[in-house]
Design a binder for this molecule. Structure first.
Ligand code: SF4
Length: 429
């Protein structure tokens, strides 16, 4: 199904009300199980048990690369290959696997049962299994569940589903508690530490990060919680936090110098931080990052880029690359467009940007070929064929695995795009 793209008047500012091409066809995106790869590194005492098939196990292993863990913190319980007489068998089997795992690994404090696609798994009620097992292993281990199934989730939605399942577990902060800030979305530890230092220099008091590094450090939430989304793919988590009374601080996402500054500013304003003090704290970091970016800009300026929908990071990335790196946006695809969470990003995008939501992969490939962009951001499945046609690609998944948020990472983020372009030029030369 295809909508018609209206041409936006050139005079209009940004893309706040821009029309969006909505496509609902075949899509080429990883499923939500992929999120386990970065989540298991973030929550260090958690374990992710995928209830699934051999395909799920292979996906996890190949997405994790050749990492060798002495103590792996994810595994797949394969249940689609036995002739199940009834669901009781599957539940008993699951209980047995979980019991064995927790006996062997007393370091596990939180266990996620992660649902997947096979029909045998869909028939299992994993939320009942989680509450049954939680009772059995309480209070030492919390057992939760969410779905990473490719039918319900694309790859970054796995994190959203995981964090949304954690929100009801957060302790309640008393109504009399002072207002506090929560940063929501898994960030690399190094980035989290940088932001923590920045918030402390700004004088923001205790800032909590969700997810925490340990399941025993879950942040409290309540009507006095103000939260900043660090990742643009957390619609369900945000809804769950809103239901607990927390309030989202609208802001662009902290990608690039501009995004990071506006993101920090949203928090500083909400907490009454003096503007001069804010500028004093931020200016040296901003200037250093801008100097580092200037080198990358020479490689990227004037180059065109096409985004296939993958990670939901596409809009903030497009904003950064067009406004700070001078790139030309040919099409910016996103699997889902959350108008509220993206409002500040849309307003900053150049007027007339072609936006698309969802995918009809063949049609989108045709548009991409027609545009002949200098670089294409896409999933692994599309990258090889496009490279063989002479196009330069960037794997969307790398943008999720690499620390890219904040001032100190802005140049690294730009380099993720300039490197393949430079490599291609060398090949052609
Ligand atoms: Fe498993 Fe479904 Fe993901 Fe395939 S798409 S790996 S079956 S959850």
């Amino acid at each position: 199904m295809n909508a018609v793209i209206d041409i936006r008047p050139a005079a209009a500012e940004g893309c706040a009300d821009a029309p969006v091409l909505r496509e609902r066809g075949q899509r080429e995106v990883f499923c939500g199980l992929t999120g386990i790869i970065w989540l298991h590194r973030k929550i260090q005492d958690a374990f992710f048990l995928v209830v699934g098939s051999r395909t799920c196990a292979h996906l996890l292993q190949s997405a994790a690369g050749v990492m060798i863990f002495a103590e792996p913190r994810f595994a797949t319980a394969i249940i689609d290959e036995r002739d199940l007489a009834g669901l009781a068998d599957a539940n008993e089997e699951l209980d047995r696997v979980v019991t064995r795992l927790l006996e062997r690994r007393p370091d596990i404090r939180m266990l996620f049962l992660v649902g997947s696609c096979p029909s045998e798994v869909i028939k299992l009620d994993l939320s009942r299994a989680a509450s049954r097992l939680s009772k059995a292993f309480s209070p030492g281990v919390r057992i939760l569940n969410y779905s990473g199934s490719g039918i319900e989730t694309t790859f970054t939605q796995g994190e959203d589903a995981c964090l949304a399942s954690l929100v009801p577990e957060l302790p309640a902060s008393p109504a009399s508690a002072a207002a506090s800030l929560m940063v929501v979305g898994a960030l690399a530890d190094v980035v989290e530490d940088q932001f923590r230092r920045l918030f402390s220099e700004l004088g923001m008091g205790a800032v909590q990060f969700f997810p925490p590094r340990r399941s025993t450090e879950l942040p409290a939430v309540g009507p006095n919680t103000r939260y900043l989304l660090a990742q643009p793919f957390l619609a369900d988590t945000a809804r769950a936090l809103d239901e607990r009374g927390a309030k989202r601080l609208p802001a662009p996402f902290p990608l690039g110098v501009e995004g990071t500054t506006l993101w920090l500013q949203a928090a500083a304003q909400a907490f009454g931080i003096d503007k001069r003090h804010f500028d004093q704290v931020v200016a040296p970091k901003r200037e250093r990052a801008q100097r580092a970016l200037a080198r990358q800009r020479t490689e990227l300026e004037g180059k065109s880029i096409f985004f296939f929908p993958d990670s939901q990071l596409e809009l903030p990335l497009a904003r950064f690359l067009s406004r700070e790196m001078g790139m030309r946006l040919t099409e910016v695809g996103t699997p889902f467009l959350h108008r509220q969470h993206m409002a500040d990003e849309l307003a900053l995008l150049p007027a007339g940007t072609v936006l698309s939501e969802g995918q009809d992969v063949e049609r989108q490939l045709d548009r991409c070929r027609e545009q002949q962009p200098d670089i294409v951001v896409c999933g692994l499945g599309l990258a090889n064929p496009l490279e063989s046609e002479g196009l330069t690609t960037k794997w969307a998944i790398e943008l999720v695995f690499t620390p890219i948020h904040g001032y100190d990472q802005a140049a690294d983020l730009a380099e993720l795009f300039s490197r393949p372009l430079v490599r291609r030029m060398k090949l052609v030369a």
